[in-house]
Design a protein around this ligand. Structure first.
Ligand SMILES: Nc1nc2[nH]cc(C(=O)O)c2c(=O)[nH]1
Ligand code: SF4
Ligand SMILES: [Mg+2]
Length: 249
């Protein structure tokens, strides 16, 4: 697999004032994963990722060997993306890809500001490799941080997947009830790996959610009981992937 270099925010100064690569904007769905599972929300899915997880379910945001990102993630005016959301949308999840790649782009700040002006609660889903600058924290109600351990992480070396300083920054946000950690696991051994990670990075069990790795609903339902029981023994919280069961987006 080959990957082109990421188009970092400074690479296209003109468009980065107003535009971001946006894969999709959708709404009238529930957050399917993590501590806010079941909450009615909209999604803005940004293009590009700094990791290459083999089981990734949004490879159209980054995998240039399979997708033409100019097509899957067209440069889109953030104001137009926000304008598409009906007034009833009160919570928006910024996902990706890795949305925090864009944290320094003026258009990213503009998007947060426009969402905030509409009184929309903004949540961010991140792989936990890039700490948010404190300046954006007032805009963000919650971070769901999903470090990539063995199940997901086979596409990248450990040093690229796990950035201790960024994890520490998110742990401070978790202590302030502004973040939670969500780990994708397939079996009991993977929950032990989560426990090792949590011990190494001083994560409280109450900050941790575990969720089955599941490309389809049958696998999800198969793995859910084992993972739920395994997590309970550590004091971890559990997520399913509600959007798969409910067959919403
Ligand atoms: N409904 C719904 N919930 C989600 N939670 C995380 C999602 C993701 O793709 O990251 C997702 C998604 O794509 N749809
Ligand atoms: S970090 Fe997330 S978006 Fe990026 S490759 Fe991994 S699963 Fe996909
Ligand atoms: Mg996802």
């Amino acid at each position: 697999m080959t990957h082109t270099a990421l188009p970092l925010p400074a690479a296209d100064g003109r468009n980065r004032e107003t535009h971001l690569p946006i894969n999709e904007v959708f709404w009238d769905v529930v957050q399917g994963e993590g501590p806010y599972m079941g909450r009615s929300c909209g999604f803005i899915r940004l293009g590009w990722c700094n990791l290459h997880c083999p089981p990734c379910d949004t490879a159209q945001t980054w995998d240039t060997s399979r997708y033409d990102l100019a097509v899957t993630c067209p440069e889109t005016a953030v104001a137009a993306a926000v304008d598409r959301l009906p007034a009833r949308v009160r919570m928006v999840v910024l996902s990706g890809g890795e949305p925090l790649l864009w944290q320094s782009a003026p258009a990213f700040i503009t998007m947060l500001d426009l969402l905030g002006r509409r009184g929309i609660e903004v949540h961010v889903e991140t792989n936990g490799t890039i700490a948010p600058p404190p300046s954006i924290n007032p805009f963000i109600g919650h971070y769901t941080v999903s470090p990539k351990l063995t199940v997901m992480g086979g596409g990248d070396p450990l040093k690229r997947r796990i950035k201790p300083d960024a994890i520490a920054a998110f742990a401070r946000l978790a202590a302030a009830e502004r973040a939670a950690f969500k780990f994708v696991v397939a079996d009991q051994a993977h929950i032990r790996e989560v426990a090792d990670f949590a011990a190494e990075h001083d994560l409280e069990p109450s900050w941790v959610w575990v969720m089955p790795e599941a490309p389809d609903t049958a696998t999800l339902l198969d793995r859910q009981p084992v993972i739920t029981a395994g997590a309970a023994a550590y004091g971890y919280n559990v997520s399913t992937r509600l959007h798969m069961i409910a067959q919403c987006r």
